[in-house]
Design a binder for this molecule. Structure first.
Ligand SMILES: NC(=O)c1ccc[n+]([C@@H]2O[C@H](COP(=O)([O-])OP(=O)(O)OC[C@H]3O[C@@H](n4cnc5c(N)ncnc54)[C@H](OP(=O)(O)O)[C@@H]3O)[C@@H](O)[C@H]2O)c1
Length: 271
């Protein structure tokens, strides 16, 4: 578990917007120093300034593309150079894509696997041994409410998030008696840039959603209770139970209604 927040360091990936930026704000509010990484340097700089001014914490920014093969060793090398010991890692950077088979760019899907799965796995395994040696520390891996089922029109993204949840739960079991918590965080639809990036702008407005702040607060509460995973929001939790009650065929067929791409253009036209 976390030894303390104050004067300890957290690394947040995908900190330039959405849930990652909100993690940075809430953790800084608890007195944590922050290493912030993402590709958009100017947004990281703005956030770092805000955190230093409002919360008097130290910040380091490391702008980089985590899909690059040498990114994780470079990121951790920069952290080691500054003699920073990580108390908390938030593996948050990720992106999705909603679309039909013919409209799917294979290279982009491989990048998605590289970011959502490979970079997250590498960071986790490179950071965890030091935490285990110190017998304290925590890792939050951002999965999703789609981690519990396959999702039509979003097959790669949902599969990457199933990996993140299973991976995190298994490590939670391994690490729990050694003073370290690994937790999978499963938000549902959240008000961020995610759906613009995923290729369905406007879709979010029609959905029941949470703010990034709500997601982060529930995540921190669950981490303090040393949970293996948390689904944020009651509605999302109830949705996550659905796959346990129906056949796999029914579950995946139901997702067709949710992410039917042809209806997105109609949805946008209505706005
Ligand atoms: N919003 C939702 O409804 C929702 C629901 C469930 C789970 N999630 C998960 O929550 C996490 C955060 O997403 P979000 O909703 O906050 O969306 P977001 O606002 O789009 O944030 C995504 C973050 O990932 C970073 N990122 C993307 N590609 C990157 C790369 N190649 N290298 C380094 N950083 C990269 C982005 O920064 P740059 O563009 O500056 O690199 C950004 O900071 C993701 O893992 C997502 O799958 C989101």
């Amino acid at each position: 578990m976390l030894e303390a927040y104050t004067e300890r360091w957290a690394l947040v990936t995908g900190a330039s917007s959405g849930i990652g930026a909100e993690f940075a704000r809430v953790l800084a509010g608890n007195g944590m120093h922050l290493v912030l990484t993402a590709r958009r340097e100017s947004l990281l700089e703005e956030l770092a300034d805000e955190l230093r001014t409002q919360h008097m914490v130290q910040t380091e920014i490391v702008p980089m593309d985590l899909c690059e093969p040498a990114a994780v060793p470079e990121l951790l090398g920069r952290i080691a150079d500054r003699n920073i010991e990580l108390e908390l890692l938030v593996n948050n950077a990720g992106f999705g894509f909603v679309g039909e088979i013919e409209g799917t760019d294979v290279d982009s899907m491989l990048k998605m696997v590289s970011l959502n799965v490979s970079a997250l796995t590498e960071l986790t395994y490179r950071v965890l041994p030091d935490m285990l040696a110190r017998e304290h520390g925590a890792i939050i891996n951002v999965a999703s409410v789609v981690s519990f089922q396959p999702v039509a029109y979003m097959p790669v993204y949902a599969a990457t998030k199933a990996f993140v949840l299973h991976f995190s739960e298994a490590l939670w079991a391994e690490a729990r008696d050694r003073g370290v918590t690994v937790m999978g965080l499963c938000p549902g639809t959240t008000e961020t840039e995610f759906f613009d990036v995923a290729g369905v702008p406007g879709w979010l407005k029609k959905q029941r959603s949470q703010t990034a702040r709500q997601v982060v607060k529930e995540a921190i509460d669950a981490l303090e209770k040393r949970r293996p995973y948390v689904v944020t929001g009651l509605w999302n939790y109830l949705r996550s139970l659905g796959p346990r009650l129906a056949t796999r065929k029914t579950v995946v067929t139901q997702t067709m209604k949710f992410f039917r791409t042809r209806s997105f253009s109609a949805t946008e036209d209505e706005d």
